[in-house]
Design a protein around this ligand. Structure first.
Ligand code: ADP
Ligand SMILES: N[C@@H](CCOP(=O)(O)O)C(=O)O
Length: 321
């Protein structure tokens, strides 16, 4: 459960007095997520998510995230809208943290998405990329090559506490990616989600009803967003790659936004970059656990294994099929 900052009944009542959202009926911490504190709020009028932004979110960047979310709702994407208070403010503060009330979206995230879900995700990801092309906000990806180097410095060679040999693996992978990573103009880019894991996509059946958690959204390669999804949607619980999932996702994506040959050829490298990004943030969290937080720390090694897979020929061959 991710609740780093608690909210008392009195604090909630004071916070809600600025809004026109009705009287609270249910209020509880949410049993998913690792980044921010999230609460489910039901009032006599509607359902909401109350988010208190924590460690990795830079408060100055919150207007970018919230305006992107609002833009996407208006563009017809199934995303959650920030709720403004009576003064028209969506970005507020609560218990010393920046906070926002977000519209609740219905649907259930999938632990084990199937091929049809992956196809739907591919289509939705491409729709998202086409929609964000009209959004004029920009945000550098602080979890790309330079950000990985910073995380490596902060993990200070302690990776082997997690697994023998992990430090050497990370350094070797970082050096290779640093050398080969595409330059800013080498691939089409725009605003991407950058963390579109299955827990951030809500379904009813095989239909996507909600895309949430835009707090890593940034300006980067569209194909990198696809590479994040190949990492997070196309492996089974034993971390075996599922080629059918990847094919369905890429096909769905291409049906909506075509991928150039250069983008396709870059996917193995971009997928390795995405693996390293999630390996490093998970490793940092694993090494710096907060004893008082209600949070389930995620396994860094999952992404070391995925990174090794994306270095193999199997994925390259699949793209040539
Ligand atoms: N707008 C929303 N509508 C419905 N459920 C949501 C919404 N936002 C978050 N949730 C629920 O809260 C959980 C944690 O939210 P998430 O944004 O992924 O956390 P974090 O900010 O820690 O990354 C999600 O897995 C989902 O169950
Ligand atoms: N997707 C990341 C963790 C951050 O996302 P959240 O939605 O689970 O808070 C990972 O799996 O490492």
């Amino acid at each position: 459960m991710a609740v780093y900052t608690k909210v008392s009944d009195t604090q909630l009542a004071h916070f809600l007095s600025a809004y026109d959202v009705g009287m609270p009926r249910t209020f509880k911490g949410i049993a998913e997520g690792v980044e921010n504190s999230n609460f489910y709020l039901e009032t006599d009028r509607d359902r909401f998510i109350l988010t208190l932004y924590e460690k990795r979110v830079n408060a100055e960047e919150l207007p970018f995230f919230l305006s992107l979310m609002q833009y996407l709702v208006e563009a017809g994407l199934p995303t959650a809208a920030p709720v403004a208070d009576r003064e028209g403010e969506a970005l507020k503060a609560l218990n010393g943290r920046p906070a926002a009330l977000i519209q609740f979206v219905t649907g259930v995230s999938k632990d084990q998405p199937d091929e049809e879900d992956c196809a739907a995700l591919g289509i939705m990801l491409a729709r998202l990329h086409k929609a964000t092309a009209g959004f004029d906000g920009k945000r550098e990806n602080n979890l790309s090559v330079d950000g990985w180097k910073t995380l490596i410095e902060r993990c200070a060679g302690r990776a082997d506490e997690c697994s023998d040999g992990l430090n050497a693996f990370i350094n070797e992978e970082m050096a290779a990616l640093d050398k080969e990573w595409p330059g800013g103009d080498d691939l089409p880019r725009g605003v991407i989600h950058a963390d579109l894991f299955p827990d951030n996509v809500l379904f009813t059946g095989h239909d996507i009803t909600g895309i949430i958690d835009f707090y890593f959204a940034c300006t980067d390669f569209y194909a990198y967003d696809l590479a994040v999804c190949l990492n997070s949607w196309c492996f089974d619980a034993k971390r075996n790659f599922i080629p059918g999932h990847a094919k369905a996702m890429i096909k769905g994506y291409e049906a909506t936004r075509g991928l150039s040959d250069v983008e396709k050829k870059s996917l193995p490298l971009l997928a390795r970059g995405a693996s390293l990004r999630f390996l490093l943030t998970r490793l940092y969290d694993w090494l710096n656990q907060e004893p008082n937080a209600l949070v389930t720390v995620k396994d860094p090694l999952e992404y070391a294994e995925k990174s090794r897979f994306f270095r193999s020929d199997e994925f390259r061959n699949l793209l040539d099929d």
